[in-house]
Design a protein around this ligand. Structure first.
Ligand code: OGA
Ligand code: NI
Length: 351
């Protein structure tokens, strides 16, 4: 292995052993074509003449069957998104100049982790990650990085748009599930940004960008800038989430799986690496506030009188007993160790 002095950690001819996963974790069949069959839903026609509008029906179906879909014609200005991607690129480019393998100091208000900091059974992920809370915006924003100089302004504008988009999608989900409008107000109050940089890798068959996981959020809105690498489990197979320019990937988080009483699925996903492509992504986790009690929505369970709930307007007809016990969101996050070593710090808003 040749390692140039001053080169970035990933500029290598072979994968260093610290990044090689045991066989059972390694991505298989990377070469075989997997179809990109994630539903792509246009939000343009969200007004219905009779019954539910087309996007509502499509979102319902995708959330029930797969828990993953992409949205296009979402109304978010392209410039807001490209500005955010550019400022995050600048941020990562600034960090990678430091080629030491020491843990990067954790600053209040945000966490940057270089590639050596993530490990599963002692093996590092092939990525760098940067995350911080975004709620309440006016309190968090000053704790975000001030270099690049436009970081705070650009990311705040992005988050405001994501918040509007997620509210719109959640209102459609309310409509589809037959829940009153605004049902998700408290459970979607907190936004948390997590941005990833996955550089090209000399041998993608040995490494992973992110291990298989489900998100601990209500929903997650991800921008992947037309790059590949994200995969989701569909019928027991890993399938690629297609690279569609200017689309957002939406996935159902664990909390919405619970609230929907498992009518919606929170699908397992992962990121594989590429020999030639750099992947950058911005995930925004839309989360409940810490004290929220998360439990199946009362009118989606049949514990009282099933006939009362015969859901005439409800696209989800089968009502079952509650499959989950009520739990406070902060308890859930702590018990599931949702953010690994950073869970407690993140729980406390990184203050
Ligand atoms: C995540 C995630 C995927 C990606 O941050 O939870 O799944 O493409 N990210 O970065
Ligand atoms: Ni995820």
């Amino acid at each position: 292995m040749k390692e140039d002095k001053g080169a970035r950690w990933f500029e290598l001819e072979c994968v260093p052993k610290e990044y090689i996963f045991p066989t059972e974790y390694r991505p298989q069949n990377l070469e075989s074509p997997v179809c990109d069959s994630i539903p792509v839903i246009s939000l343009a026609n969200s007004k219905a003449e009779n019954g539910h509008s087309q996007p509502v029906e499509e979102i319902l179906k995708a959330s029930q069957e797969l828990g993953f879909f992409q949205v296009i014609n979402h109304g978010i200005p392209e410039k807001t998104v490209t500005d955010a991607m550019n400022v995050l690129k600048e941020f990562f480019d600034m960090q990678v100049k430091d080629t030491t393998t020491e843990t990067v100091p954790r600053k209040k208000g945000y966490i940057y982790t270089n590639s050596t900091d993530f490990a599963k059974d002692g093996v590092h992920l092939w990525r760098e990650n940067f995350k911080h809370p975004c709620h309440p915006l006016e309190e968090c924003i000053h704790l975000w990085p001030d270099t690049p100089t436009r970081y705070q302004e650009v990311i705040a504008a992005y988050i405001v748009e994501i918040q509007k988009l997620s509210t719109r999608i959640l209102e459609m989900i309310c409509e589809g599930l037959g829940l009153e409008q605004g049902y998700f107000k408290d459970t979607s109050e907190v936004q948390f940004l997590s941005s990833n940089f996955y550089p090209p890798c000399p041998d993608p068959s040995l490494t992973l960008g992110i291990l298989p996981h489900v998100d601990p959020s209500l929903i997650t809105i991800l921008y992947q800038g037309g790059s590949t690498g994200l995969q989701v489990i569909k019928d027991g197979q890993w399938v690629n989430v297609g690279a569609i320019p200017n689309a957002f990937v939406v996935n159902i988080g664990n909390q919405l799986e619970i609230i929907s009483n498992w009518k919606f699925k929170s699908a397992k996903h992962r990121v594989v690496t590429s020999t030639h492509e750099t992947r950058r992504s911005i995930a925004t986790f839309v989360n409940p506030s810490p004290n929220c009690i998360i439990e199946p929505a009362k009118n989606l369970v049949n514990e009282l009188e099933p006939t009362l709930y015969k859901a005439s307007q409800n696209l989800v007809n089968e009502l079952e007993p509650a499959l989950y016990k009520p739990s406070q969101y902060k308890e859930y996050v702590l018990h599931s160790n949702a953010f690994g070593d950073d869970t407690a710090a993140i729980q406390n808003g990184l203050r």
